[in-house]
Structures are given as structure tokens and as C-alpha cells.
Design a protein around this ligand. Structure first.
Ligand code: NDP
Length: 289
């Protein structure tokens, strides 16, 4: 592995969370710093939720420029931030922090990453309806950013379990604070799903159903619901093609996975820390094929 030159002035940016050792963020950000000639280094620190406050104080003391945080720290970080972006406030979770004069400014770039991936895949969904599956971290970030960006309606589906109460709160908040109309439905209700899909331009799976080790499952039990002109996307990128995406492709739908969401959430964070554009093409070619 190539180690870039570290000087006495090198700025620190890092990832906090647990686990973090598998993360692609150090590779993509350090390569981007090198390509842009920026004197920063990006490192990973395995930090549990209850160590978060102490870790954040230490980063302030050390003069770090900022950091990412991953689960389970994203929600705790929203409480620790001095200021929140509109998206981070509505999501109630932070994945990117910029430290400005000792103040912690919390952002959430996951939804930005998804919305940008829609655009970069060649689609315009603003002013139209989306069917979104899930009510966890990824789904919440996507729902909020889609509503802020101008998607006109979201049909939000989750099973009636762990996240249902949170999904109800999310729908109520978005209906109140944005111009987007959000309807919450039970993922087990096949008629509701078929009905909402008929009116939607895009279906987004933001549940973890279909990810590696559960590759034979799909959140859509009957693929006949997937009409040919529906765009079908999955936030999962491992495997690259989930069962949902494979079945959608077989039915003639245009599909894309979560790889570019990951890339563009990182690009947005990089731009917040450095004020410079992210070297997209080079990083995409090296790490996101
Ligand atoms: P969460 O645990 O926060 O949420 C998981 C969601 O999936 C919940 O809505 C959960 O419902 C639902 N779910 C889980 N199992 C089932 C099931 N068997 N049937 C129906 N629904 C189910 O996870 P995240 O939101 O953080 O992550 C979700 C996926 O998104 C993961 O695969 C993750 O890898 C991916 N991801 C991709 C990113 C990217 O950049 N591309 C970024 C972040 C995440 P319930 O609460 O009822 O269990």
C-alpha cells in the first residue's frame, strides 16, 4: 500500500464507528487528497457509541478538520453536534462533521449520495412519485433528501416491526415540513404495494433484504409488479446485483445498485471538508467498478 507524504502540517480527517476496518472511505479520500494536492490524511478509528463523546472532544483538541461517523454513532452524533444541516436535522442522524472554529457542524450526505446517483445514472425523478422500501438509516436519509430536493410523493413501505414507529414519525415530519406527500404502508400489504408502484417512476430498496449472506431474498415477493418502464434501484452494493435487481432486469426495467450512492456520499463529504471538487472520474475508475 502506498503511504502518502505526511508533514507536520497534515490535517486529520477520519471515520468513527464500529466496525470500520472494512471501510472503503480511507482509500477513496486519501486518493482524492493526493489527486487534488491537499495535505490531509484520512484514518479509521474503531469507536463504540459510548466512547463517541470523548472521541469527538479529542478530535476537536487535536484540530481535526472533520470526520465521518457510521453506525451506531450517527444518531448520537446528531445529539453532540453544535449545528445541524436541514437534512441532518430531519433525518436525526449525522454521517459527516465539519469542525469550524471548534464548532461541530453535522451533515448527512447519505441521501445526497443517493439522489446524486439517480441523476448520474441518467434519471430525473423530481416532481414525480417514488416507492421507497425501508425505514432504517439509509431509507430515512433517502426519504428526507428526496423530499428536500423536490420529489413530489413518497410511498414508504416497511414491515410492522422495529422501525414502524420511527417510520410514522418520519412520514409526519416530512408531510409537515416539506412539500412532499408521504404515505406509510405495510410492506406485507401486496395490494398497496402494487397500487403505489403503478403510480411511481422509481422503486428504491433501502431495506437490507438481499444483501450478502441473504442473497436469495428480495423485498418484492411478486416480480410481476415490476412493470417495464419502472426504474428499480437498490442501496445494496454487495452483491452488485441483488435478486431484486436481477428480477427487475429480467422484466425489462432499468436498474442500478448502491455503489454510486456510496461514492457520492463520500464526494459530498469531501467537498464539505475541503471546499474542492471531488475527483470523481479517477476515484470511480479505481475503486467503484
Ligand atoms: P437499518 O438496520 O437501519 O435498516 C434496515 C431496514 O431493512 C429496516 O427498515 C428493516 O425493517 C428492514 N428489514 C430488515 N430485514 C428485513 C426483512 N427480512 N424484511 C423486511 N424488511 C427488513 O440498516 P441501514 O438502513 O443502515 O442499511 C440498509 C441497507 O442499506 C444495508 O444493506 C446497507 O448495506 C445499505 N446501505 C448502503 C449505503 C450506500 O451508500 N450504498 C449506505 C447505507 C446503507 P425493521 O426495522 O422492521 O427490521
Amino acid at each position: 500500500m502506498k503511504i502518502q507524504e505526511i508533514s507536520g502540517k497534515t490535517g486529520l480527517i477520519c471515520l468513527l464507528g464500529s466496525p470500520v476496518s472494512h471501510s472503503i472511505s480511507p482509500l477513496m479520500h486519501n486518493e482524492a487528497f493526493r489527486l487534488r494536492g491537499l495535505d490531509y490524511a484520512y484514518l479509521c478509528f474503531d469507536i463504540s457509541e459510548h466512547e463517541m463523546e470523548e472521541a469527538v472532544s479529542a478530535l476537536k483538541l487535536l484540530g481535526a478538520r472533520g470526520f465521518n461517523c457510521t453506525m451506531p454513532d450517527k444518531i448520537r452524533m446528531a445529539e453532540l453536534a453544535d449545528e445541524l444541516s436541514d437534512a441532518a436535522r430531519l433525518i436525526g442522524a449525522v454521517n459527516t462533521v465539519v469542525i469550524e472554529d471548534g464548532r461541530l457542524i453535522g451533515h448527512n450526505t447519505d441521501g445526497i449520495g443517493y439522489m446524486r446517483s439517480v441523476k448520474e445514472n441518467g434519471y430525473d425523478i423530481l416532481g414525480q412519485k417514488m416507492t421507497l422500501l425501508g425505514a432504517g438509516g439509509a431509507a430515512t436519509a433517502i426519504a428526507v433528501q428526496a423530499a428536500l430536493d423536490g420529489v413530489s410523493e413518497i410511498a414508504l413501505f416497511n414491515r410492522k416491526g422495529r422501525s414502524w414507529g420511527r417510520a410514522e414519525q418520519l412520514a409526519a415530519k416530512l408531510n409537515q415540513d416539506t412539500d412532499c406527500k408521504v404515505t406509510l404502508c405495510d410492506l406485507e400489504d401486496a395490494d398497496a404495494l402494487a397500487g403505489q408502484l403503478k403510480e411511481s417512476v422509481i422503486l428504491t430498496n433501502a431495506t437490507s433484504v438481499g444483501m450478502a449472506s441473504h442473497e436469495d431474498s428480495s423485498p418484492i415477493r411478486d416480480p410481476r409488479m415490476l412493470r417495464e418502464d419502472l426504474i428499480v434501484s437498490d442501496v445494496i452494493y454487495n452483491p452488485r446485483e441483488t435478486r431484486l435487481l436481477a428480477e427487475a432486469r429480467e422484466r425489462g426495467c432499468r436498474t442500478f445498485n448502491g455503489l454510486y450512492m456510496l461514492l457520492y456520499q463520500g464526494a459530498a463529504a469531501f467537498e464539505l471538508w475541503t471546499g474542492e471538487s471531488f475527483p470523481l472520474e479517477e476515484v470511480k475508475e479505481k475503486y467503484f467498478q
